[in-house]
Design a protein. Structure first.
Length: 75
């Protein structure tokens, strides 16, 4: 009887270890996916920053051009 109890305990431990292994593998996949998404987001944010900088430069040029003109319409 004692031998049977030991085998049952080992079987229970094996099932738990299998479950833990599956959880760890799933977690590792999530970490990899998260890292990929972060890289993708970083590229998108960089593109937005670049676009904003270009817009600001264009606005600055427009403001300079408008300031060079006479404000009352006379030349």
């Amino acid at each position: 009887m004692r031998h049977m109890d030991v085998e049952q305990r080992f079987a229970k431990i094996d099932r738990r270890l299998d479950a833990i292994t599956k959880i760890i593998r799933f977690g590792m996949k999530l970490v990899a996916q998260t890292a990929d998404k972060q890289k993708e987001n970083s590229h998108e944010i960089r593109a937005l920053i670049d676009a904003q900088q270009r817009s600001e430069e264009k606005l600055d040029r427009l403001m300079e051009a408008l300031l060079k003109q006479q404000s009352n319409g006379h030349q």
